[in-house]
Design a protein around this ligand. Structure first.
Ligand SMILES: *Cc1c(COP(=O)(O)O)cnc(C)c1O
Length: 485
């Protein structure tokens, strides 16, 4: 048994309902028969599939147990770096399920859905003011699609200017979706090395930026959790050469209400509503990746967009320069409702405070673990902190071993082996919704695991031992999933 803090209690054995069935059990009661029995017509009889006989409690317990095998933010700390797995207040779920909202048909006439249009219009406005940008499209369904939307807009903008630019600068710390989105729009990516301090230098950008380069895709704070402090100098260089600046805003949780991206020189950026603005994620969707742009790029935004029309609201199918639709109707509407509800319930002051607490929590974990694990960069970190397994090498214990051992203690592991610039990376993003007690518990467990690395490394290499399955071949599990138990 594992001593000390942490949670556990997985139910390891749960047969299939087919194995649990016992002849004669039933989950319903029929009214007593008061008509004579009759023979079934021959054509209707026979060939019924086999279903197990089960009581109601058999079924309820089965599904409740299965649900407990899953790990979610509602069951514990989920410090997955770069993913912002924060708690999503239930009120936002309730708002998204409000009957008038959840049943609104996307083809309703404008006069019959004024409330919905107002919500979309105001959300565009909120996101513009939170980022400092001028105009917003709510259509993209994910961060990656937001990136692609912006790259299509960059391409359309250069076409309109009559310029040929086919390259784009992408730092080595970027999320893998950045080069993929650029490639889909015909740009080839030019990698930029971040400096020894983990951030980009203006000189490295100046060296690569030229008149055949469309611009740069920059994540700020970057994927190491560091603020790109040279951002103004970098965006000036790109603009002087006629290029455009894309901001990957997936890390907005660190800077809500604190950074004006337009003043930083960003021309277009996406937000991940499912990370920062209260949509549960991790199961693969649905999400939303709205794109916010400066006035110069507004004509290229996808249509339709919600606009003010007279006293009310309507849709604009806008300019002939638009890149067109990137999603049916208005995007993933229920995700937009959650974001709207979250922003309304927080207000400007609390959004800013949420970011401050997210940063405070990451700095706290970083400082408490800095003697236990090797810190990758000394620069002050924002919403996440990156360590490596360098100090554990001498005991032949790796990042993977420690991450797997955390599962035995009931914690979701942090992001590991990413970003690639830090060998054996351990990237921890605690988010603002964790209290000090829970962070302390995580730190104590991590310190215990590292002590175990020294005294009983084999135990870590065998972990996890308290789960339904042990070490998966993760590549095969992803490529050839076996979903039938
Ligand atoms: C999550 C993330 C993305 C991609 O967002 P999706 O919604 O998963 O497509 C892009 N960039 C960064 C920095 C991210 O963390």
């Amino acid at each position: 048994m594992i001593q000390g803090p942490g949670t556990s209690g997985l139910i390891l054995n749960e047969p299939l309902l087919w194995e649990k069935g016992k002849k004669g059990r039933s989950a319903f009661s029929m009214v007593e028969q008061d008509v004579p029995e009759a023979e079934l017509a021959a054509g209707l009889a026979g060939g019924a599939p086999f279903f197990p006989d089960l009581g109601e409690l058999d079924v309820v317990r089965h599904y409740t147990r299965l649900s407990q095998w899953n790990f979610g933010i509602d069951s514990g700390l989920y410090p997955l770096g770069s993913c912002t797995m924060k708690y999503n207040p239930k009120i936002n779920e309730k708002m998204a399920a409000t009957p008038g909202i959840s049943s609104a048909h996307p083809m309703l006439e404008e006069s019959l859905c004024q409330g919905v249009l107002q919500l979309l219009f105001e959300l565009q406005d909120f996101l513009a003011s939170i980022t400092g940008m001028d105009a917003v499209s709510l259509q993209p369904a994910a961060g990656a699609q937001g990136e692609m939307t912006a790259m299509l807009m960059f391409a359309a903008c250069f076409k309109k200017r009559g310029e040929r630019r086919d390259k784009i600068l992408i730092p080595d710390t970027a999320h893998g979706t950045n080069p993929a989105s650029a490639a889909l729009c015909g740009f080839s990516s030019v990698p930029l090395m971040s400096g020894a301090d983990g951030v980009l230098s203006a000189a490295s950008v100046a060296e690569k930026m030229d008149e055949s380069t469309a611009g740069i895709m920059l994540t700020n704070p970057n994927t190491l959790g560091l603020f790109e402090e040279n951002i103004r100098a970098i965006t000036d260089i790109v603009h002087q050469k006629g290029g455009l600046v894309y901001g990957d805003g997936a890390n907005m949780n660190a800077v809500m209400g604190m950074v004006d991206f337009k003043r930083c020189g960003v021309d277009a950026m996406h937000l991940n509503l499912h990370k920062t603005f209260s949509t549960p994620h991790g199961g693969g969707g649905p999400g939303a990746g709205p794109v916010c742009v400066v006035a110069e790029l507004e004509p290229f935004l996808p249509v339709p967009r919600a606009v003010k029309k007279g006293q009310g609201y309507g849709l604009s199918f806008g300019s002939t320069d638009s890149i067109g639709r990137v999603h049916a109707f208005f995007g993933n509407f229920s995700v937009l409702v959650r974001a709207y509800s979250y922003i309304m319930s927080m207000g400007p002051a609390n959004l800013k405070k949420a970011s401050q607490l997210a940063v405070l929590n990451a700095v706290y974990v970083r400082e408490r673990l800095r003697d236990t694990l090797a810190l990758a960069y000394e620069k002050p970190s924002m919403h996440e902190c990156v360590f490596s397994d360098k100090k554990q090498h001498k005991w032949k214990v790796t990042t993977l071993d420690m991450a797997k051992r955390l599962i035995d203690h009931g914690f979701h592991p942090p992001t590991i082996y990413f970003p690639l610039v830090v060998p054996g990376a351990i990237m921890i993003e605690p988010t603002e919704t964790e209290c000090k007690d829970d962070l302390d518990q995580f730190v104590v467990v991590f310190k215990d695991i590292v002590r175990e690395a020294e005294s009983d490394g084999e135990r870590l290499r065998q972990a996890p031992t308290r789960t339904k399955v042990r070490r998966l071949d993760e590549t095969r599990a992803a490529r050839k999933p076996c979903l039938t138990g």
